[in-house]
Design a protein around this ligand. Structure first.
Ligand code: BEZ
Length: 213
């Protein structure tokens, strides 16, 4: 297993999932992707997490992001658990869950942290860009359910950087002022940022958030 770092190409794999066999890179196509692991089926925090992702799936679709979950449980367990998630979380799971019984993907993505738990995956999150490079890695403890609004917030930030040459300051939220990335020259600023900008310091230039389209 090679350590995965930001900027690396996300390792490709083929795996069984609740929506059929997935070749990860083919399945991603030209989309952004979120790959996230959870410790086990039929656990309380995971049940709420997968229900939450199902409810906000449209938010990922709107951003051209495909989501896929993973645990080391088998396919039948996933199918049976989905019935519970749908019932208890009042939703319908609408994204694939990988059944990584042989742990191929978990090992490839370093999702098993033996000093936390030698058998189960931790709560890893990977955000992957359309060029298949890894843009974000976060690892949460098993006992803490993830904040998926934060995942969407980071996707918004990454997409603003990729498509509009701005970065986002501390605690930024969608709609708030952004900072112009340092690689943009002063000559380029007027055409790239027609809403104007404020130069606080030569290295800190603020601009209203660019329009998404
Ligand atoms: C859960 O997934 O619900 C969970 C896992 C480990 C510790 C506590 C909760």
């Amino acid at each position: 297993m090679k350590t995965i770092r930001l900027g690396d190409v996300a390792p490709n794999f083929t795996a069984k999932s609740t929506e059929g066999e997935i070749n990860f890179h083919e399945w991603l196509g030209n989309s952004w992707g979120v790959l996230f692991s959870h410790p086990a089926d039929y656990t309380p925090v995971c049940t709420t997490e997968l229900g939450t992702v199902a409810k906000i799936k449209q938010e990922f679709d709107n951003r051209n992001v495909k989501v896929v979950a993973l645990s080391v449980d088998g396919l039948q367990s996933h199918y049976d658990w989905i019935t519970d998630i749908n019932e208890t979380q009042n939703t319908k799971v609408n994204f694939p869950i990988i059944a990584d019984e042989d742990r191929n993907v978990s090992v490839l993505y370093d999702m098993i942290h033996p000093n936390a738990d030698s058998k189960l995956t931790v709560r890893s999150v990977f955000i992957i860009a359309p060029d298949k490079t890894v843009k974000l890695i976060i690892t949460y403890p098993a006992s803490t359910g993830r904040n998926f609004d934060e995942i969407l917030r980071v996707i918004d930030s990454l997409q603003l950087t990729a498509y509009h040459k701005v970065a986002t300051p501390a605690n930024w939220n969608n709609g708030e002022d952004c900072v112009i990335v340092p690689s943009v020259t002063n000559e380029e600023i007027p055409s790239l940022f027609p809403k104007g900008h404020t130069e606080v310091k030569p290295y800190l230039k603020i601009t209203p958030q660019p329009n998404w389209n």
